[in-house]
Design a protein around this ligand. Structure first.
Ligand code: C2E
Ligand code: MG
Ligand code: MG
Length: 470
């Protein structure tokens, strides 16, 4: 790209947004540096820039951008600008970005309900680079708008291709707040949609990425209403984190809340995460929004989410993000997890959730011990030899389990099986610690066999619960 091209681009961005961003400044400096060949951008900006810095990066006090440098703020910390901002412009120009698509499903119905478009950078040297390795750097630059428009155009053309193959599938795109609040956003969106007159706008959902706070909530809300009148829907991404999710919930007419994956990843281990998820689901119900969980990595997490009232899910246990041309076949072949189908017609009772968690914990515990046996790892594993009444299954059995299901057929047998499993696990671990690998192997096999019996008894109890709630 010539220096003249760069200057025209900066001028275009200035006339659109009326402000010049850090990325643009960097871009401008690069352009000027090209003109004055012997001067690097850092020399132009900071004559005393340290010579210890790696080539290609230089530090600029954060206060420089915020304007507080003039007021002499002593706390100003350096903000690292990477030279690849320029490289990211080039990547866009030379078509190095790719759009991948991660399926979203309705676990209860066993159906694919949409896709989330996720950008990747196919770098000729470094391979596929994930978005969080380059987007934060350009968040404050007009380049985030150029990339957002690229994402929108590519998503539309991909939806159009699927439509022609007979597959109507909604796609969510992630747009940054700086893009959405840009004054030309609505015009550009209408313009992009008008290029696909046969494509219903309700196939586009915009996930608002809260990387910066939304300043003018009223203006944002009006914009969302105008888009919704055209059919476009909105989700609040990473709900529960970010700037002011609750304020956004009240003031912004989003259609969907996306429960942040950090809570979902902790769901089966951390009771705090479960309580937060319950609260988000309850909020969604009160505010009449739909709710989806991202970061569903195991079928068990999916079942618990269904029980808690969230049927929509996205995550690695369903599929990772796929290249566009792999999606059609994936959808045709998709089979929901059998444990989800089992619960599809059932109205859940939250008081049954602990049973599922106890079962999950127990299966993880067995897998861990078997893994140690298979890898002949010795030593005394105190965690694994834990008291049978202290492990989560043991606690569940004598407390919740006994109270709720004590008179179910096979319940007392559960206790005996569980006790036997702990005895065998202790033996296995002792064998390991004394180097008797073959003996440990035999114990490991017995442990797995007992787990299967225990789980089949639990399945009977779950079957009785299902019948009661159906
Ligand atoms: P996000 O919008 O919350 O997207 C979900 C991220 O979680 C994706 O990472 C996805 O690959 C990952 N993920 C999905 N399922 C699982 C799971 O089961 N476990 C775990 N551990 N992770 C899972 P990715 O693609 O690296 O994207 C990261 C973030 O980058 C996105 O978070 C979004 O904020 C941003 N992003 C991605 N594409 C775009 C884009 O086109 N424009 C903008 N502005 N931001 C984007
Ligand atoms: Mg997202
Ligand atoms: Mg997220």
């Amino acid at each position: 790209m010539t220096v003249q091209d760069r200057l025209i681009r900066i001028e275009k961005s200035l006339s659109l947004s009326g402000w010049i961003s850090p990325g643009d400044v960097r871009f401008l400096l690069d352009a000027v540096a090209d003109l004055r060949e012997n001067l690097s951008p850092s020399q132009l900006l900071l004559p005393s820039a340290s010579s210890t810095q790696s080539p290609g990066t230089f530090d600029i006090p954060a206060a420089f951008w915020s304007g507080s440098l003039e007021s002499g703020n002593p706390d100003s910390k350096p903000w690292r600008v990477n030279q690849s901002v320029e490289r990211i412009y080039q990547a866009l120009d030379s078509g190095e970005f790719r759009l991948y698509f991660q399926p979203k499903v309705n676990m209860r119905l066993g159906k694919v309900v949409g896709l989330e478009a996720l950008i990747r950078w196919e770098h000729p040297e470094f391979g596929l680079i994930p978005p969080l390795s380059f987007l934060p750097q350009i968040e404050e630059s007009s380049l985030i708008i150029d990339i957002g428009e690229w994402v929108l155009d590519n998503a539309l053309s991909q939806i159009n291709r699927w439509q022609k193959m007979g597959q109507m599938i909604p796609v969510s795109i992630n747009l940054s707040v700086n893009h959405l609040t840009h004054r030309a956003f609505l015009i550009r969106l209408k313009d992009a949609l008008s290029r696909y007159p046969d494509l219903p706008p309700n196939l586009i959902d915009i996930e608002i990425v809260e990387s910066v706070a939304i300043g003018d909530l009223k203006a944002m809300s009006q914009l969302m209403v105008e888009c919704q009148e055209m059919g476009v829907t909105f989700s609040i991404d990473d709900f529960g984190t970010g700037y002011s999710s609750l304020r956004y919930l009240k003031r912004l007419p989003s259609n969907t809340l996306k429960i942040d994956q950090s809570f979902v990843l902790g769901l089966l281990h951390d009771s705090g995460d479960m309580e937060l998820i319950k609260a988000v689901i309850a909020l969604a119900q009160v505010f009449n929004r739909s709710v989806i969980a991202e970061g569903v990595e195991s079928p068990e997490a999916g079942v618990v989410l269904m029980w808690l009232g969230c049927d929509l899910a996205q995550g690695f246990c369903i599929s990772k993000a796929l290249p566009g041309d792999a999606v059609f076949d994936w959808i045709k072949r998709y089979q929901p997890d059998p444990s989800w189908a089992l619960w599809s017609g059932v109205k859940f009772d939250l008081s049954d959730v602990p049973l599922l968690l106890a079962q999950y914990d127990h299966s993880i515990w067995v897998t861990r011990i078997v893994d140690r046996i298979q890898h002949s790892r010795s030593g005394l594993f105190e965690d694994d030899m834990g008291d049978q009444d202290v492990c989560r299954f043991g606690r569940w059995y004598v407390e919740d389990g006994m109270n709720k299901y004590g008179n179910f057929d096979g319940f007392s047998e559960l206790g005996k099986l569980h006790h036997e499993m702990h005895v065998i696990a202790d033996e296995a671990i002792l064998s390991l610690s004394t180097g008797q690998w073959d003996e440990a192997m035999v114990y490991g096999e017995r442990l797995v066999a007992l787990k299967d019996v225990l789980f089949s008894r639990l399945a009977n109890i779950l079957g009785t619960i299902r019948l009661a709630h159906a």
